[in-house]
Each structure stands twice: as structure tokens, then as C-alpha cells.
Design a protein around this ligand. Structure first.
Ligand SMILES: [Zn+2]
Length: 89
């Protein structure tokens, strides 16, 4: 029996490794060009490790949108996400 809560959590699961990106604090927005290079759907979640595997490179500051979600001051962020948000190249 799937509860609404379980259904909601599913939206946060990494599409590749199924880690809960809400729990690991790897929730972020990428610019369309980068996102659509690795994913055909508008919606979905990928943890940093999996998106970098799909991309074949590490994420940098330029890959993220100006969205409030990506601000270092907004919410919890994994050490890896903080690193990528500050990464120039
Ligand atoms: Zn993953």
C-alpha cells in the first residue's frame, strides 16, 4: 500500500542510484542546457555523483541556475554540492 507520503518522497529519489536527494541535501537546479544533456524529462532528480557520471565531468558554478534553491544560504546542502556551487572550473 503506497501512502501519499511515500509517493512524495519518490519525487526526491535519484533516478540512477535511488538515494533520497532530500535526505542527502543534494537538491539543486541546473541550467536547461546541462540538464537536458543528461536527462530527457523536465522533472526528476539526480544526485551529484550520478549527474557527474552522466555528464562525464564535474559540475561547476556555471551549471547552476540563479534560483534561490542554489544559494549557499538557502537550506541544507551536502559538502559536495557546496563544493560544486563554488567551483569555477
Ligand atoms: Zn544517484
Amino acid at each position: 500500500m503506497a501512502s501519499t507520503r511515500t509517493k512524495n518522497r519518490n519525487a526526491f529519489l535519484c533516478m540512477d542510484c535511488k538515494v533520497d536527494t532530500g535526505k542527502t541535501s543534494e537538491y539543486y537546479m541546473l541550467i536547461d542546457k546541462v540538464w537536458y544533456a543528461v536527462c530527457d524529462f523536465e522533472r526528476g532528480m539526480l544526485c551529484i555523483d550520478c549527474i557527474e557520471t552522466r555528464l562525464g565531468r564535474k559540475l561547476t558554478k556555471k551549471d547552476f541556475t540563479e534560483c534561490f534553491l542554489n544559494k549557499l544560504t538557502f537550506g541544507a546542502k551536502s559538502a559536495k554540492l557546496v563544493n560544486r556551487l563554488g567551483r569555477i572550473a
